[in-house]
Each structure stands twice: as C-alpha cells, then as structure tokens.
Ligand binder design. Sequence first.
Ligand code: DAH
Length: 340
Amino acid sequence: MQKQLDALLDAARAELAAAADNAALEQWRVTHLGRRSEVTGLLRSVGSLAREERRAAGQAANAARRDLEAAFEARQAELRRSADGAQVDVTMPGYPVRLGSLHPLTRTLREIRRVLAPLGFRAVSGPEVEWDRYNFELLNIPADHPARDMWDTFHIHDKARPGELLLRTHTSPVQARVMEQIQPPVRVIVPGKVYRYEDRSAKNEAEFMQVEGLAIDEHITMADLRGTLTHFVRMMFGPDRELRIRASYFPFTEPSAEADMSCHACGGKGCSVCGGTGWIEILGSGMVHPKVLADVGYDPDVYQGFAFGMGVERIAMLKYGVTDIRSFYRNDLRFLRQLR
Ligand code: DAH
C-alpha cells in the first residue's frame, strides 16, 4: 500500500504543479481529495484489511492525505500571489501625479531673454560681490557724488581693502565689465541678483533681480532705444502697448530716460493698476554717458549706444497681477500654483 500511496503522491504533485488557474485547482481538489478520490478510497478500504495491517495502513493513508492538503494550500497561495502581480485592472482610476513647474520669476526671466534674443542681445553675468569701482566709479559715480544716495548699499568689511567691496546694487557694473573685455559692437543683457540696504515692504525687497541691457556701436541713436523698448513692451504685454519716455537722471547715461508703457490692464484709460494715469513705469534707460565709454577705453567720438535696466519682480508683478513683491520669495506653494 505504501508503494501505491507514493505513486499516487508523485502523480498528484505533478498535476498540481501544472494547475495554473482556480478552475484547474478546483478540479485537482475534487480528483485528489474529494469523496471519490484515490486516498479517500484507500482510507475506506483500511477496514477490510487484516487486523495487524490496519493501523500502519491507516496512518500511511492519513499522512498521504495531509501531504496532499498541504500541497494544495501551498499551490493555492502561490497562484494568488502571482495573480496580484499580473492582473492589473486598467479601469481603476490612477494616482494623480503632481507636476512641478518653473518659478514665475524664472519664467519671466526666460521670457525677457526670449524677447530680446532676436534683436541680438546675448545674456552674460557678473559677480554679486562687486568692487566699488565697477558698481560706482566706472559708472560715473565717484566717491562722495550725491547720486550714491540713489543706491543704499550693503558694504562688505574687509580690513585689507576698506570700502572697496560691496553687494552690487544694480546690474549696471556688468556694462563696464563687458566693455573692458570686448570691442564694439556690443549687445548684451545681464540678468542677475542685486542688493539694496532697504526695509522690505510690499513694494521693495532688499534682494531682488534686474535685467540690464547694453547696445554699443557706431551709429546707435535714441530711436534705436525707443524701437527696442517698444518691441519689448509689445512682446511682453501685448501688441497694443504704447511706449512713452520721460526725461530722468542717471549718472551713467546722458540723456537719461524713464520708460512707461500704456497700461495693459485698462489699455490707457486709467484704472487702479496704473493709478488712474493710464501709464505704467517699467524701467530706467538712456544713452550711455561719454565718460563711461571713455573710462573703459572706447572712443566716444566713434562709439555710442544705449542702456536700460529693469526690475524682474516688477515685470512679473505686472504680468501676473501680483501686489506684494515678497510673495515671490515665500515659497508658498498655494501662491506659486496660482501663477502656473
Ligand atoms: N541701474 C539703474 C538702477 O538700478 C537702472 C538703470 C537706469 C540701468 C538707466 C541702466 C540705465 O542701464 O541706462 O536704478
């Protein structure tokens, strides 16, 4: 009988291994563990054996039955595990994926670059820790010049070089750095961080970004400045924008001008965005001062050009309707998501 049981177990195990789904498994269970199965039959037949054989035969048949049951459960569990991996319900709703996005200031900066690139302006950069010489002297702002009051400055205390290092208050020093390095024609923009020793408020940050523009060549006039800025405001704020320039003062330009555009919110009629005037101030500009050209070694009788400088946060505030400049630096995702 043990031989018969062993053969039965071998055959049943082989069949079980081949049972690949629940139906096959159930079929196997009925065949090998059911009421009409071979083990059940053998167990029943134990009673008809000779008395001395009954005990051993009963034990062997029961052990075989337990083996078959254990094998069945193991196979069942195995099939269930592989089904979990293989059966994907494609109709189930997916997990939402939160997409990141560029910071509004990054987007504004990129747009400014994209708008000015076709006019030939290439982006360059300069150091944020700057020499007084570049931030002021070479921009026609000597020590003790009253115009220094226009830029409240963070000075850097360095015993070896007292009063010489500072955090740049504007991107204009890169004008001098570029002109020292290359000969005209020059067409660059300078995006970068600048620093002012000022209280922070809804309108002012102590740390913010500017984009400087500089174009130098042999026959550049104020009309080129106007044309460039007109292109700029129309690309940034819509084709209907008008440009207006007003006389102003910067030590490094002569003449100097402040540029306004017709209000993009009301079209120039007057609203709360433009304070009722219909015009919005967007940047400072002018024709580069001959002294600035001469100090970097350019001949002002041959070369001239224009420059401009704008606050990136200001442009972004106007574009996105943001009223507090500090929101750009709070890293509040609710704010950032609104501007996506
Ligand atoms: N650097 C000036 C500022 O930060 C802005 C500026 C005005 C830049 C006139 C220029 C310019 O290049 O021509 O206030």
